[in-house]
Ligand binder design. Structure first.
Ligand code: HPA
Ligand code: ZN
Length: 319
């Protein structure tokens, strides 16, 4: 029996397996610039975050209809459930779809077809977190939030993802303020490729409750002390860090040092179709390669439930 866990850092578009990409391409009459799934898998040799993002955004072209998004999410939830995930807080990137003419309603309604039945079908409770692309303008993020207003009953929070360096959190001060005013929870990717100051800025300027990745906090002892003291959860994604060369190898991953420092770490899959594994695979990898103890693995799993926005649905029902 895999350890029960919550997944808090998962981009639904990053669950597009090569076989699904080809199936959806055929369904929608899209031609992919790869001969077959093996040729596509060959392209999964990333040098950094941007080299991954280029493929990630290009392959999204196969996602066109509500049913496409429903099938994508349903396949993820089935795999996640098989690996012990009991609760999933799922990121999606509306701007990447709007830009290619796919409406927000298509994305949210499609995802909801799967999420709305997930507890019955897979035993996984779910929430949606709308991410702003930090390499797009602050104005575009604001327009996206406004466009999402009809679906806010299905959206728990907002996040910030895509190319980090050169796009500091403070650029999104206004839209995160507006999101807070709408009662949305806030998270942000920070300290993946970007400097430790971006983590501080995400906390102080955007008011985020969790930091996605956050690895580079380890370069700043005063920041580590703060994250420990304030019990700010970090959603760490070990296999992603290896594939995007954020760490030199899994054996050199700072997760053990982060746990020793007292940081509230969780283990997640980020973009499992691209990085070689789902949540349970990430747990297995850190157990096998980093030698984490059963007690440390249980701490990581417990942290995932403590860091989840689980009370959200209850609050919403009472509103
Ligand atoms: N980092 C930033 N943006 C992303 C990622 C990531 O790991 N995955 C999908 N969008
Ligand atoms: Zn991510």
């Amino acid at each position: 029996m895999p350890l029960p866990k919550a997944e808090l850092h998962l981009h639904i578009e990053g669950t597009l397996e090569p076989e699904t990409a080809f199936a959806l391409a055929a369904r929608n009459g899209v031609t992919l610039p790869y001969a077959d799934t093996d040729a596509l898998r060959e392209a999964y040799r990333f040098t950094d975050l941007q080299s991954f993002l280029d493929l990630y955004y290009a392959l999204m072209d196969v996602l066109r209809t509500e049913q496409d998004f429903a099938d994508l999410a349903d396949a993820y939830l089935a795999r996640a459930a098989a690996q012990g995930v009991r609760h999933a807080e799922i990121f999606f990137d509306p701007q990447a779809h709007l830009k290619r003419g796919v409406e927000l309603g298509t994305v949210v309604e499609g995802l909801w077809r799967a999420l709305g039945r997930s507890e019955q079908n897979h035993g996984v409770s779910t929430q949606l977190i709308l991410c702003f692309l930090r390499d797009e303008s602050a104005d575009s993020a604001l327009r996206t939030l406004r466009a999402a207003e009809p679906w806010l009953d299905r959206i728990t929070g907002v996040g910030l993802d895509s190319a980090e360096v050169g796009h500091p959190p403070a650029k999104f001060r206004e839209v995160f303020r507006a999101a807070a005013d709408l009662g949305l929870r806030r998270v942000a990717h920070a300290g993946e490729e970007g400097p430790p100051q971006y983590i501080t800025e995400a906390l102080d300027v955007l008011g985020v409750e969790r930091i996605d990745h956050g690895l580079r906090c380890m370069e700043d002892p005063a920041l580590v002390d703060r994250l420990v003291r304030e019990r700010i959860p970090l959603t760490v994604c070990p296999l992603s860090n290896v594939r995007l060369h954020t760490v030199a190898s899994l054996a050199e991953h700072p997760l053990p040092a982060m746990l020793d420092a007292g940081l509230v770490c969780t283990v997640n899959s980020d973009d499992p179709a691209y990085f070689g594994g789902y949540a349970g695979d990430n747990f297995d990898a850190v157990r096998d390669t980093l030698g984490l103890t059963e007690e440390q693995l249980r701490t990581l799993a417990r942290n995932s439930f403590l860091a989840a926005f689980l009370e959200h649905d209850e609050e919403r029902r009472q509103r």
